[in-house]
Design a protein around this ligand. Sequence first.
Ligand code: GLN
Length: 192
Amino acid sequence: MNIGVLALQGAFAEHEQMLSKLGVSSFEIRQEKDLKEDFDGLIIPGGESTVQGKLLRELNLFDKIKALIDGGLPVFGTCAGLLLLAKEIENDERVHLATMDITAVRNAYGRQLGSFYIEGEFKGIGKIPMTFIRAPYIGAVREDTEILAETNGHITAARQKNQLVTAFHPELNEDLSVHKFFLEMIAATHKA
Ligand code: GLN
């Protein structure tokens, strides 16, 4: 298995470390030619969604990555990655890849609660560490989107078919279970 990690900005290196701990190979996607590599899944890291969205467009990656996700490529977006995948962002006119039927709320916890840590329940896994950094939450899900975690009354993880998103950063803690969950999603796609 080989995973492409979007490496334009943000916390991509931490995702690569998680994958390597799980014995899975990964490579960085920085420019169009990187998409020629064979890969089974894509990770879009946290960082700044507006910056990543702008770079995706400028580097000619936007349409190709959107088409791959629409075509069924498994994708895991954390934090800014969630915002890039959302079809709607409640407090931002600009949407980006817009492949997932969720409405995200950007910088949803305000300034004071911008960053916090809790241990919360993730469906099918149990209690896991969750680090939030100026995080969004999911205000609403539609269609066949399944809610996987709710934190303080807000949706913070969800899945729709080949797409998995978390408002928190599993790559910033030692716990590997959400990455494992993503790898299992990929394995199930291969079997289907
Ligand atoms: N606040 C950032 C944004 O709007 C997301 C923060 C993060 O990825 N940690 O894109």
